[in-house]
Design a protein around this ligand. Structure first.
Ligand code: FAD
Length: 543
């Protein structure tokens, strides 16, 4: 998995370095000319190349008439990847810009922190989602951050993500687009609380999960070494989770499972010192139905998770201070208090939706500017559409990506793919979001399913043990029955779980196409269960 190891080193946890040299990677004109001719769509004569090259950053210029129009996708998350997967590459070239070369299957990320799943099982290389990016001469993936958008010029400025000054200084380049898709996601909210960024770990990327696992295991080992005081042992083994939304609750459930199953067996000397505390300012799982919330509270408490109502005021290296003045020592602090727009999204001068996301219309266009679309967590319906801003969910991002791919394909087929040429085309049906329900696992083979807004509303909300929920999952749609056999077979066979690796490749579950081909493995019944619900939530179009 060289592609993934490489990325661990490049994980962009620190802000990108700024280079004073505009072309730090290009010491002489010869390689620069090569780079330009490689990237530019316009032919460059040898004589004019060097002078011109030094006066502007390298990149991809506007597409010429004989070339395919270029779709530039900013971001490689749920929205961007689903869009790229659906894009017709016989019509368009694709250029994706993202600081990570893979997509993260976030719903299963918490499971990787304690080793239930391996990291590679929740990450999928972009080249496998859209193979053209690795094969087609005009399609690319660029490991970079987008730093600005020039909508008048139809171009974006980007800066590479590198290992830093020890190896390479980052450098800038420019990309011209025919259509621009902004799918930049969101970023964790810290509410300006001092010390969060320095001392807490977020749970959004694979490198966050790696850091959590590393710290957890390190603390378990250190707490067993002679010479450590009881007080310090308790601190090291105190895992504090801040934020009682689905992510915080699921992570707490995973941790308590880990303690019950693994710590008691593999670290039995210290098992009585380890504790999980979940801190929430209001009620946990506030978006779920009342009864489900109570059920979750009861089950988490039963699993040994300590629920604390409080607001964090300050985060110190080894403890947090709550609003009532109490100090809570910790060895591991995970921060999961919701998400909001990134500074880059804030900096874009386009009309915003309530909540500060990029304002879009019903066709996911950014109406203030031509040929620009925004999807996923970074976007929200403008107030003028009369529609509510959709929740920051993979369910939403995935469907928006799918919808927009189909829309762009239609535009391209009707001759509107090139910059400025799609103005008068009839766009067809607007995007409509159908919520299929929410789910949160809470450990000990238990989970909650809230179906209040879904099509299967009559079933209401459900909680309980995995087998019943699995039966329900299978009952939700006829198509789901088709999953039963491969999953059961896989469950017997494997000790690993490759849902995500296979998802974009082999599992295509769609009621309309009735197509399903899968072979994947899962080794624990939670995963078996979760797989089904995820597939229902994320893959199945209940029509
Ligand atoms: C732990 C966890 C569990 C979750 N569980 C669920 C669940 O069970 N169900 C559900 O529906 N939702 C779930 N979510 C929410 C879901 O993951 C998000 O709603 C979804 O990822 C949003 O997709 P997106 O494409 O908009 O953004 P993301 O998936 O966050 O992708 C954003 C992309 O933009 C890139 N990017 C950022 N800045 C730049 C820049 N300047 N230039 C270029 N690229 C940039 C990022 O690297 C990333 O590739 C979960 C989230 C987390 C963190």
């Amino acid at each position: 998995m060289a592609w993934f190891r490489n990325l661990n080193k490049l994980s962009p946890s620190k802000p990108p370095l700024r280079s004073t040299n505009p072309h730090p990677f290009l010491p002489s004109t010869t390689p620069f000319t090569f780079l330009l001719s490689h990237f530019s769509s316009q032919p460059i004569s040898d004589a004019s190349a060097s002078a011109e090259a030094l006066s502007r950053p390298p990149g991809l210029g506007p597409t010429a008439s004989g070339e395919k129009p270029r779709v530039v996708v900013l971001g490689s998350g749920w929205a961007g990847c689903r869009l790229m997967k659906g894009l017709d590459t016989s019509i368009y070239d694709v250029a994706c810009v993202s600081p990570r070369n893979h997509m993260v299957f976030t719903p299963l990320l918490a499971s990787t922190c304690v080793g239930t799943l391996e990291f590679r099982s929740v990450a999928e290389p972009i080249g496998r989602i859209q193979p053209s990016i690795s094969r087609e001469p005009g399609s690319y993936f660029f490991l970079a951050n987008c730093t600005s958008v020039n909508t008048d010029e139809h171009s974006v400025q980007c800066e590479t993500v590198t290992d830093g000054s020890n190896t390479l200084e980052p450098w800038r380049f420019k990309l011209s687009y025919d259509k621009l898709i902004i799918a930049l996601g969101s970023q964790p909210l810290t509410f300006g609380i001092h010390g969060v960024k320095e001392h807490a770990i977020f749970l959004r990327e694979v490198y966050h999960a790696q850091e959590i696992r590393r710290k957890l295991l390190l603390n378990l080992m250190l707490s067993d070494v002679p010479g450590i005081s009881v007080e310090e042992k308790r601190r090291l083994l105190h895992c504090v989770v801040v934020g009682g939304g689905p992510t915080g609750v699921e992570f707490s459930g995973e941790l308590s499972d880990f303690i019950i199953k693994d710590v008691t067996q593999r670290y039995s000397h210290v098992k009585d010192y380890i504790q999980v505390t979940l801190i929430e300012a209001n009620e946990i799982l506030s978006s779920f139905d009342d009864r489900l919330r109570h059920y979750a509270t009861k089950q988490l408490t039963k699993s040994g998770v300590q629920l604390v109502r409080g607001i964090v005021k300050d985060v110190k290296p080894q403890s947090i201070i709550l609003n009532d003045g109490s100090e809570v020592p910790y060895g591991l602090l995970v921060w999961s208090t919701g998400v909001g727009p990134s500074p880059f999204v804030n900096s874009l001068e386009v009309p915003k939706s309530p909540g500060g996301r990029i304002g879009i219309d019903e066709w996911l266009r950014v109406p203030a500017v031509e040929d620009v679309f925004a999807i996923g967590d970074c976007s929200g319906f403008l107030e003028s559409t009369g529609k509510q801003v959709l929740p920051a969910l993979a369910q939403v991002a995935e469907r928006q990506g799918k919808y927009l791919a189909a829309l762009l394909n239609k535009i391209g087929k009707e001759g509107g793919g090139r910059a400025g040429s799609g103005k008068n085309l009839e766009l067809g049906d607007p995007f409509v979001y159908k919520h299929l329900g929410s789910m949160a696992t809470i450990g000990r083979y238990k989970a909650l399913v809230d179906l209040r807004q879904s099509k299967v509303r009559s079933k209401g909300d459900i909680h309980g043990r995995v087998p019943q929920l699995v039966r329900l999952a299978f009952g939700l749609s006829n198509t789901c029955h088709k999953l039963e056999e491969p999953i059961l077979r896989g469950g017997e066979l494997g000790n690993n779980f490759h849902l995500w690796t296979r998802y974009k490749q082999n599992i295509e579950l769609d009621v309309s196409t009735q197509h399903l081909a899968s072979s994947y493995y899962c080794h624990r019944s939670e995963l078996f269960f979760k797989t089904n619900l995820l597939l229902i939530n994320l893959c199945v179009d209940l029509k």
